[in-house]
Write a protein that binds this ligand. Structure first.
Ligand SMILES: *[C@@H]1O[C@H](CO)[C@@H](O)[C@H](O)[C@H]1NC(C)=O
Ligand SMILES: *[C@@H]1O[C@H](CO)[C@@H](O)[C@H](O)[C@H]1NC(C)=O
Length: 328
């Protein structure tokens, strides 16, 4: 009996070893998860998690543009009800460490489940079988979630400076050492307006447009950033903090509904700087040239309204003048 049991156990180990590394038969390391840090993160995702262990996929296995979802390490965060992927940052992952970014997830406690080349690491090898231990848990919490309460102004041309107010937790940007004045060890990583960065630093300087906490010991504050890009339309705004925070969550009051019935936090508009000539015949046929900035046509072709008449104009063909229609 004793011998049979022993054989059985060895057989199982053999299977595990094969399963652990189907591609490079020479490696004998059984993948293990030992720890996940940080412990807390935002309900709106973008918390950068580091998962420590051994036998994870090597960074170089990810290369060569192979779109094989099974290849490499993958991470799931699992609560009693749901499971969410954590998006692995391949360049920052190797055999003893995986870096991944959380997605928006409801407040809950999650355990970490890692797969290597499509093979799940067993519970036994996740925190030595204590998968619900603190070492292998991650807690998504509202109190660790930055918020946006308001954006001012609500609209402007691209390049407008906007002020973001809310629970920003820190008055530090872009430094790896400094503590925030409220004592918290957290920094602003990035601010986004739509898909584009919103710049906190004044160009060619180390100075910020504005970043402060309302109260030196509190978490509420404001930051000023310069919008980038040339897109004309509706934008949502968010910012990302490092450490055990993540992406900001907008409060409902940060949104408005535009005249085009779109929900957003900021709206960009084009700017007309000149119209010439300023007079024309009531018979129509006058060529009008409209000068300005940000005549962006991503969402709609540019429309020109003179009185109550619409004109459709073609850009990019050198045609920036068009005849007016007769006025009725
Ligand atoms: C894994 O854990 C199960 C119980 O959950 C146990 O029966 C089994 O022997 C363990 N396997 C290994 C290889 O440790
Ligand atoms: C902004 O976010 C709201 C809520 O998630 C969404 O309904 C809206 O479509 C977003 N607007 C834009 C321009 O992405």
């Amino acid at each position: 009996m004793g011998h049979l049991w022993l054989l059985g156990t060895w057989g199982l180990w053999g299977l595990l070893l094969c399963a652990a590394d189907p591609r490079t038969g020479d490696s004998k390391i059984i993948p293990k998860v030992t720890e996940i840090i940080p412990k807390y993160g935002s309900i709106n995702g973008a918390t950068r998690l580091t998962i420590k262990g051994e036998g994870f996929a090597q960074a170089n296995q990810f290369n060569y543009g192979v779109e094989d979802a099974e290849l490499g390490s993958s991470v799931q965060l699992v609560s009693s009800f749901r499971s969410f992927s954590c998006d692995v940052e391949r360049d920052a992952s190797h055999s003893t460490q995986i870096t991944c970014y959380t997605r928006a997830m409801p407040e809950d406690s999650y355990t970490v489940r890692v797969s290597v080349d499509g093979v799940p690491i067993t519970e036994n090898n996740t925190c030595q079988g204590h998968i619900r231990s603190r070492a292998c848990s991650f807690y998504v919490k509202s109190f660790k979630t930055p918020t946006i309460r308001s954006i001012t102004p609500l609209s402007g041309t691209p390049g407008t400076l906007i002020t973001i107010q809310g629970r920003i937790f820190t008055d530090v940007y872009g430094s790896n050492t400094a503590l925030s004045s409220n004592g918290k060890n957290v920094r602003i990583l990035r601010v986004y307006i739509g898909g584009m960065p919103c710049e906190l630093l004044i160009p060619q300087s180390d100075n910020l447009y504005g970043l402060k906490l309302d109260d030196p010991s509190g978490d509420l504050g404001s930051m000023i950033c310069k919008t980038t890009g040339t897109y004309i339309g509706h934008h949502n705004v968010s910012f990302i903090l490092d450490s055990d925070y993540g992406r900001s969550f907008p409060q409902k009051m940060a949104y408005f509904i535009s005249s085009l019935n779109k929900i957003s936090m900021f709206q960009t508009y084009a700017e007309v700087t000149a119209i010439s000539p300023s007079r024309g015949s009531i018979q129509g046929g006058t060529m009008i040239t409209i000068s300005g900035r940000f005549f962006d046509q991503t969402d709609f072709p540019v429309r020109v309204l003179v009185g109550a008449e619409y004109f459709h104009i073609v850009f990019g063909s050198g045609l920036d003048a068009f005849p007016t229609a007769p006025l009725q």
